[in-house]
Write a protein that binds this ligand. Sequence first.
Ligand code: 13P
Length: 248
Amino acid sequence: MRQPMVAGNWKMNGSSSSVSELIEGIKAGVGAANAEVVVCPPYIYIPAVASAIAGSDIHLGAQNMCDQDSGAFTGEVAGPMLKDAGCEYVIIGHSERRAIYGESDEVTAVKYAAVLKNNLKPIFCIGESLEEREQGITEQVVARQIDAILDGSGVASLANAVLAYEPVWAIGTGKTATPEQAQEVHAFIRGKIAEQDAAIAEGLRILYGGSMNPGNAAELRSQPDIDGGLIGGASLKADDFLTICTAN
Ligand code: 13P
């Protein structure tokens, strides 16, 4: 049985006071969650959140990571630093990193390998644009994105990773993939991994991301190949996030 996961990607939002309020709110309700609960704050709030969640059931992640461990890389944050600060997960390959900061499949693959090397766990994001969906090439796109990490790190690496299918057209748009659309792609992804290793595929958690909210979480989460969610906007309100964490 795969343990479901619900992860909040706070993106570039918050302040000291709003972050404190949010994490206290999540802490108060996390006991009712039927999933592993992860929060991914902006780097600068990671230490404060790490202190706040100490001893709780909330897990900590970062939104990005440098592929190098230390040195002259102005503005970057390294894996050993994230580990030192208490992180367990790192989001890699988010479509905003790919589209806005030009991260190619090759860059995401190198970062994915660096996360694992640092004994952290990647939450590796994949997903097609609206144009690609309309062209009917969704499966080719996600297969190519997955092949980048399989070629670089091998299928066994997925034993320590989580995948997140996030159709770009559903991110922050209020447009959600229907449960059937999402399930279809999740099943394709699991089948693709199973071609290389059936046991790894069976144990792999594949999250859905893209306008998941308290109203649609239960139906999405009930699909057989959807193992939880990677939540943007709705993870910034404790009540909404907790509703998604408890949905079934
Ligand atoms: P939204 O939930 O705001 O659509 O964002 C999804 C996302 O990008 C999570 O990484």
